[in-house]
Design a protein around this ligand. Structure first.
Ligand code: ATP
Ligand code: MN
Length: 477
């Protein structure tokens, strides 16, 4: 008999059918009620055993964590909490689970403890929900771009371009760690290395993405990104997944519109398709909030917050306006910012971004037209000669979720900007070629996938929204 998924059974209970289900025991009560979970959904299927009909030795093996195959008839449930249950006719223990050493017991475990047993944590309600929502969000990403006529482009993971300056690099090499070949001046001789030059893991697929856009019109990437920055925060991973659309003939305004529509699509898809998991995560967050001091609570439930973001336009605000708001703000005047805002040109820290989003506008905000000095060389210089067409989308509780810009399409200006930051134009000749051969206005952005998953799941720490997080000092599993 083919195996039925518990998700299908619970969604459309066919009372009277005989089915086979396979999954893991969550609990076994009164030698009679097995709560079986197969990962397909949050809910468990209750299996009811007539203990007199089964050998005692077999029932002893039905422990939390054991895997079972159960065949039986679906019957309307007498108990509260479920509409259907399975009356067990055949019971097989597929894999035993010793109670004394299994770390996941039916009780609350802290997220910190679960991080240490990440190889098992996906079996918990919380991580099951997070991973299913993560999947739905990834699907929504592809759906959105496919529907809008974008092509999915795979940019390289190993690159030799170190010029982008987006973050610290992880070197890729096959040279021996001890005794790498040296040049006469004592530096490492990379001509002996695998690629005959220094290479690293990508920090962004943008530059190659632009090449795709200049041929296919609208492309997006969705792949792993690596940054060796030593930031031990709840928002940074050393390996994360980034989505980078790049569009020919889009200016900054079009770029902002797309970013807003994209964020809203993911949120809407998850709200529509992950109701059960979101309801669970909503409750989880409510519990967590209760343990915080009153002034640190968000005051909005998870689903309420997602709906609010869907229903309201993102505020658009120039960097210059933001600086004025921040300069005049209470925390700035009272010296409560760690980095006080004194003048135009200051780089915004996360405390400033959070003030704008959470206290001032109380809404997602798109900040744009930043000072050229604090942004990357490839961003389009404005006519004022001092700002660039950059944009950051800032989300409540998250801070920066999207960073993007209109790209500098003018060959001479781009070369000048490269030289100003010490990048040899010869190193990026292939990139400059797009400006030489049929250049055009174009734009793009990067969205950190885990930050979006954090937002839609309400998880406070980015380490809890990726199966196996990589952070400084941590590459377990
Ligand atoms: P931040 O200032 O938060 O470090 P950034 O300015 O370095 O971000 P970008 O280089 O613009 O970010 O990258 C684009 C997007 O990728 C960001 O908006 C963010 O969503 C995400 N991102 C950047 N760095 C990380 C990281 N270390 N871990 C997870 N996501 C990241
Ligand atoms: Mn960063």
């Amino acid at each position: 008999m083919p195996t039925s998924s518990i998700s299908d059974i619970l969604r459309q209970p066919k009372v009277g059918d005989t089915v086979t289900v396979k999954g893991w025991v969550r609990t076994f009560r009164s030698n009679r009620f097995i709560a079986l979970n197969d990962g397909s959904c949050q809910g468990n299927l209750q299996a009811v055993v007539d203990f007199e009909a089964f050998p005692e030795a077999l029932l002893k093996r039905v422990t939390t964590g054991a895997s079972l195959s159960i065949t039986g008839e679906l019957v309307a449930s007498q108990g509260a909490g479920q509409t259907v249950e399975i009356a067990v006719q055949k019971l097989e223990v597929l894999g035993d689970c010793p109670t004394d050493s299994y770390p996941l017991q039916p009780k609350r475990h802290s997220l910190e403890f679960l991080r240490e047993i990440a190889h098992l944590r996906m079996r918990t309600n919380t991580f099951g929900a997070v991973m299913r929502v993560r999947h739905a969000a990834a699907f929504a990403v592809h759906q959105f771009f496919n529907d809008q006529g974008f092509f999915y482009l795979n940019t390289p993971i190993i690159t030799a371009s170190d010029a982008e300056g987006a973050g610290e690099l992880f070197r890729v090499t096959t040279l021996p760690a001890d005794g790498a070949p040296k040049k006469e001046d004592g530096t490492t001789d990379f001509s002996e290395d695998f690629f005959e030059k220094p290479t690293n893991l990508t920090v962004s697929g943008q530059l190659e993405g632009e090449l795709g856009a200049m041929a296919l019109g609208k492309i997006y990437t969705f792949g792993p990104t690596f940054r060796a920055e030593n930031s031990n925060t709840t928002r940074h991973l050393s390996e994360f997944w980034m989505i980078e659309p790049e569009m020919a003939f889009f200016d900054l305004h079009d770029n902002m519109e797309l970013a807003e529509a994209f964020c809203k699509h993911i949120i809407k898809y998850v709200l529509t398709n992950c109701q059960e998991d979101l309801a669970f995560l909503d409750q989880r967050l409510e519990q967590e909030e209760k343990s915080k001091p009153q002034d640190q609570r968000s005051g909005q439930g998870l689903i309420e917050k997602l709906q609010f973001v869907l229903d309201n336009p993102f505020v658009r605000c120039t960097y210059t306006e933001a600086i004025d708001i921040l300069k005049d703000s209470k925390p700035n005047k009272k010296g409560q910012f760690k980095y006080p805002i004194e003048e135009w040109g200051a780089d915004l820290q996360s405390e400033h971004e959070r003030f704008l989003v959470e206290k001032h506008f109380k809404s997602p905000v798109i900040l744009f037209d930043y000072p050229a000095k604090i942004k990357a060389f490839y961003m389009r210089l404005n006519e004022d000669g001092k700002t660039v067409r950059a944009m950051d989308v800032l989300f409540p509780g998250i801070g920066e979720i999207v960073g993007g810009s209109q790209r500098e399409e003018r060959y001479d200006v781009l070369v000048e900007k490269m030289q100003a930051v010490g990048i040899e134009p010869e190193h990026l000749e292939w990139y400059l070629d797009t400006r030489k051969f049929g250049t055009c206005v174009h734009s793009g952005f990067g969205l950190g996938f885990e930050r979006m998953v954090q937002f839609v799941t309400g998880m406070g720490n980015i380490r809890d929204v990726i199966p196996f997080p990589r952070t400084p000092g941590n590459a377990e599993f």
